[in-house]
Design a protein around this ligand. Structure first.
Ligand code: 26V
Length: 833
């Protein structure tokens, strides 16, 4: 292939050598080259990190070839593209999925076999890329997989945190946080692109001047700049030769950083002070109310927004110079929650201050490129920033937000003359002793699309939280129900079930999950049921081994695996689950053991380090677990496990093994949930409230295959003000005994007062989460689930029907909807097509 020259930029393309073969021979040859020559190692032992790295390099070479072709195809077309801006990408491990999507898992296993190695052991060497907290970050990762598979030109922009989500260690039942230094042994997937480094401004002041044409312009001067260096991670589509990009920014000091603040004698101090700049990307914030308003977090947000927008504009200029007339037609920025919402003002600044565009045109471009996804209804999670902090850190950005607000307020008062209360409610600036910027409102005003993440959530946004805005711009609001990628959450993590399914219906489901509906016809087939149960048992055995390795506890696979894994939060109601565990314990102790269907309750999740109540809930679960698990009366009947350090890799073992999926949030609080979808896809039945995507899950699978309980959103709201938990407890003997056990010190013999906090929270009339209100219906639904489990054939049928009905919960469907309604992208056309 001849070297190719680029007509837009003054560059030449190095031709790639012939395509690398996808055979075991070729993979082994490349592996040996990397292990021996590049990494300089000779001793092969299964647990060596270098072995893992050499396998990655061999795979990455094959990705890089396709990456280049994908880029060429995109450049030759100049089609519209999307930048997905997110402070979090919870990627987990990448190797298994890369090999699966490249279609070389068998070949790689064969290559390693020849030198006496097991690919499964190599997979275990990889650390999770834990660059996210939970649902929001994992959703972004699933989106990338689906976009690459659908050949959509979507570029992920995020932050390369040095420390990802903390590791959770449990000591005497307490959560201890340990840093996640995931980069320590290197991250062999990434390629540093220093050539695309950007400078990011902080501090200084904003200045006006008159340009050559006599027009007043603005300048942001006397800033302290920080460099943003991109690291690219390849995102392969499933067997389609497309490789998209996740671009992660890392902060570095400029050479001149702070040097002038020190005299010549303090050179060493000045160099040491570079840390301040580099701290921006040091650590992922573990979300908590207490972390709201932290200056470093605002720096992270602006750093991501500015670097990503400048990168997009740099690319734009390669092809279009300073002509932005088609920019909005060719670009779209999807904001993953309000975290990158400052991008609205930053795009205005770049267009006006750096490219000389006037306000009206810049605003037109901004409002036609930004789209905002909301991920929470909890008012305390809605981001607000002190105006004073913006003035100090981002003075020019504050000017622009004020101007956006002034024009917006004028629009509102034109539509509703004299309605000052409405203006006060809708203003981007919340007045008070410390005026605050409302980031969600900035995102709504600056976007052409605002979406929620499940049907119920989007409805509640329109009717509640964002009602005033939905009155003003009804056409902006839409729903995009979340999904998960079946490549990771079924094909890769549950290979036995995947093989069984493919044997019956073919493997078309891997790219068209709706094909799983064909399983419904097999739900009553006795042989298929036996095979289905066999797979579930193997997955339970695998999880049991993992739990024993982590905790030392042996669990019985001859029991219902009843699982709740997600971040620990009051609204998710792990406490309700705990109350049920104590209730079962109480029944067995009172001699009802014969009637109890053996059950293993697994609870896992991290608490934000500053969230005292969540940490107390973990401690209480562990205390109850210790009593239950050491009581001989419970043997063979009840076990309670707290799964430590729950993360993406943990879920890959947990969801294939679950029988019962706990989705028990207070109605109206969980925006969507995505764990609920992973469990369903793997054949678990759900016990859940009418919240988030549970509503759609129940509709899809049918009420008879779902254990519903709890108050509805309307009932919860109607109850507020007259809720009296003590009356509910007193009227229910089971509930009374559970509370008495908690209060008696039975679970905290030498830790007096430990249970007081949770006991009071449950009895609190102002309890936002209304745990007591749902106790009875939860217990009854659990009893129904246990009875159903004893009818093995029918349970298996319901399990199969859950998998069969999970087709719509693929992110392939979600991404198609984003594309049809918001993005309007054409698929990438490779030369080979
Ligand atoms: C808030 C904060 C506050 C300050 C520090 C860092 C931080 C990080 C994240 C957040 C907001 C998290 C919102 C969130 O995770 N929402 C979840 O999004 C999932 C995907 O749409 C959805 O399935 C869950 O129901 C929803 O809780």
């Amino acid at each position: 292939m001849p070297a190719r020259s680029d007509k837009h930029s003054n560059t030449t393309q190095l031709p790639l050598s012939k395509d690398l073969p996808m055979t075991a021979d070729a993979i082994l040859k490349d592996f040996s080259h990397y292990f021996g020559h590049m990494l300089g190692r000779r001793t092969i032992s299964a647990d060596s990190p270098f072995l893992y790295q050499a396998v990655v390099f061999a795979a990455r070479d094959r990705l890089v070839e396709r990456w280049g072709k994908t880029r060429d195809a995109m450049e030759s077309k100049d089609n519209r593209r999307v930048s997905y801006l997110s402070l979090e990408f919870l990627m987990g491990r990448l190797l298994r999925n890369a090999l699966l999507n490249l279609g070389i898992e068998d070949e790689t296993a064969e290559a390693l076999n020849r030198i006496g190695l097991d690919l499964e052991d190599v997979y275990e060497r990889e650390r999770d890329a834990g660059l996210g907290n939970g649902g929001l970050g994992r959703l972004a990762a699933c989106f990338l997989d689906s976009c690459a598979t659908l050949k959509l030109p979507v570029l992920g922009y995020g932050i390369r945190y040095h420390y990802g989500m903390f590791h959770q260690r449990i000591e005497n039942g307490h959560q201890l946080e340990e840093p996640d230094s995931w980069l320590r042994e290197g991250f062999p997937w990434e390629i540093e692109r220093i050539e695309f480094t950007q400078a990011i401004k902080f501090g200084g002041r904003s200045n006006t001047y008159t340009d050559k044409g006599g027009i007043t312009r603005y300048q942001w001067v006397d800033t302290q700049d920080v460099l943003a260096i991109p690291f690219d991670v390849p995102i392969p589509g499933y067997e389609n030769d497309v490789v998209n990009t996740l671009r992660l920014w890392s902060a570095a000091a400029t050479d001149g950083f702070d040097l002038d603040e020190f005299n010549a004698g303090s050179y060493v101090d000045a160099v040491a002070a570079k840390n301040a700049a580099e701290n921006i990307t040091m650590v992922l914030y573990p979300n908590a109310e207490t972390e709201n308003g932290q200056e470093l977090r605002l720096r992270q947000q602006y750093f991501l927004a500015s670097a990503s927008l400048q990168d997009t504009i740099r690319y734009w200029a390669l092809h279009h110079g300073d002509d932005f007339s088609e920019f909005a037609e060719k670009n779209c920025f999807q904001l993953n929650d309000t975290h990158p919402a400052v991008a609205v003002a930053e795009l205005m600044r770049l267009l006006m201050d750096e490219h000389g565009i006037d306000w009206d045109m810049a605003w037109d471009i901004t409002r036609n490129t930004m789209a905002y996804t909301n991920h929470t209804l909890l008012p305390e999670a809605l981001e607000k920033w002190p105006v004073s902090m913006f003035r100090r850190l981002l003075p020019r950005i504050l000017d622009i937000i004020y101007e956006i607000n002034a024009r917006f307020v004028a629009e509102v008062s034109q539509r509703w003359p004299g309605d000052n209360d409405r203006i006060r409610r809708m203003s981007l600036v919340e007045e008070g002793s410390e005026p605050m910027l409302r980031m969600a409102y900035l995102a709504i005003v600056g976007s052409f699309s605002v979406n929620g993440v499940a049907a119920l959530h989007s409805k509640l946004l329109r009717e509640g939280l964002f009602r005033d805005f939905a009155d003003l711009w009804p056409e902006k609001f839409n729903n995009k129900t979340n999904g998960v990628t079946q490549r990771r959450w079924l094909a890769a993590c549950n290979q036995e079930l995947a093989a069984l399914i493919s044997e019956k219906i073919g493997n078309g489901w891997i790219t068209d999950l709706t094909q799983l509906s064909q399983l419904a016809a097999l739900a009553d087939d006795a042989n298929f049921q036996v095979a289905w149960r066999e797979v579930k048992l193997h997955n339970k055995q695998r999880l049991a081994a993992n739990i024993e390795a982590k905790t030392g506890l042996k669990i019985s696979t001859d029991s219902i695996f009843d699982v709740q894994v997600k971040r620990i939060h009051e609204y998710k109601r792990q406490l309700l689950n705990l109350l049920h565990a104590v209730h079962l314990y109480d029944r067995i102790r009172r001699g009802e053991g014969e009637q109890i269907v053996p059950r293993t309750i697994v609870i896992g999740g991290k608490a934000a380090p500053g969230y005292a109540m969540a940490k107390n809930i973990i401690k209480c679960i562990n205390n109850v677990a210790r009593v239950i698990n050491s009581d001989p009366m419970m043997a063979g009947k009840l076990q309670l496990i707290f799964y430590p350090d729950y993360n993406v890799s943990g879920m890959e073992l947990i969801c294939p093994a679950a029988d019962l999926s706990e989705q028990i949030s207070t109605a109206g609080k969980e925006a969507s949930g995505t764990g609920n979808m992973k469990f369903m896809m793997n054949g678990a039945l759900t016990i859940g409230t009418l919240d988030g995507a549970n509503v759609e899950i129940r509709e899809a699978v049918g009420a008879e295959n779902f254990f519903l309980f709890g108050l509805t959103v309307e009932q919860i709201e109607a109850l507020r003000g007259q809720y009296d938990p003590q009356v509910i407890i007193d009227a229910d003997d089971d509930f009374k005994r559970v509370m008495d056990l908690l209060d008696s010190g039975h679970f905290n013999r030498f830790e007096s007062g430990l249970m007081d906090g949770i006991s009071q929270a449950i009895r609190e009339p102002a309890d936002l989460w209304m745990t007591a209100a749902d106790f009875r219906s939860f217990v009854d639904a659990q009893t129904a689930a246990a009875e159903a489990y004893t009818e093995t054939e029918n349970w298996t049928k319901m399990s199969i029907l859950n998998t069969a009905a999970s087709g719509q919960f693929s992110t392939d469907r979600t991404m198609r909807e984003y594309n049809d309604d918001i993005w309007r992208l054409l698929p990438i056309e490779l030369d080979s097509d």
